[in-house]
Write a protein that binds this ligand. Sequence first.
Ligand code: SAM
Length: 260
Amino acid sequence: MVPETKLSPEQHQKLSRIVYKESGIVLNEKKYNLLVARLAKRMRIKKISRVSDYIRLISTSPDEFIEFIDATTTNHTYFFRENKHCEFIIKTMDNTKPLKIWSAASSSGEEPFSIAVQLLSNLFSFTIYATDISGSVLRQCQKAIYPKERVKNVPLSILHTYFQKGTGKWQDHVKVKSKVQQNITFEKFNLLSDTPVETFDIIFCRNVMIYFDTPTRQKVVNSLGRALKSGGYFFVGLSENLHGLEHNLSLVLPSGYKKK
Ligand SMILES: C[S@@+](CC[C@H](N)C(=O)[O-])C[C@H]1O[C@@H](n2cnc3c(N)ncnc32)[C@H](O)[C@@H]1O
């Protein structure tokens, strides 16, 4: 079945409003093709050919509503991405004190696992709370299995110590060892509507606020700022910053902030 791929201006507006209200992700005219591609995928899975029928489905089925929001997220990530932030932690933090870290918008787990293997190899004790809005990426985190090309930036010594090579049909994959997994809790968390109940020494919120507009970024920074301990660190993606937002954080390295 080939789904209808053109949206009327009203349909585009309706769908992008639904996404914005739920996740904060802005899918304006510039993101029209992306929205259509993600929508078409869900319509094929549900064997629906008319956009109007799909819109009706997401307004009556909470399960499909969740799948639709999930489909509109961009989950691109890889091991040791923007690793300067983790190197900074290892260089400046005391490894005799346990660290509480939050990887907010962890996608499929590469970010929290990269942090964990480096902290383990530098003898830190720590816990990582890794969260995302997308249930499908969190399921990948739980499996902890990745195609080999995703670990091409991981130093060999770390790869040998903390990853298991796949065999047979898994020979092109690696699995993160359980001694790494046991330091991490994965949970669904919507940055827009869920409230953090704990406080953290370090929060990573990288490469997600680029999908938000200024009011949403401000809301997220307020909420995560409250969840950060005094003197704690807050990292955004290297192409992101907190310009134009109110906060009580000082820039201490590129895209890295410290709470006063
Ligand atoms: C591009 S990935 C970033 C992954 C990782 N932090 C990195 O820098 O490589 C962005 C993630 O943000 C998540 N996301 C988008 N909107 C969100 C929201 N409102 N609450 C929580 N996570 C959200 C997406 O599901 C996606 O997995």
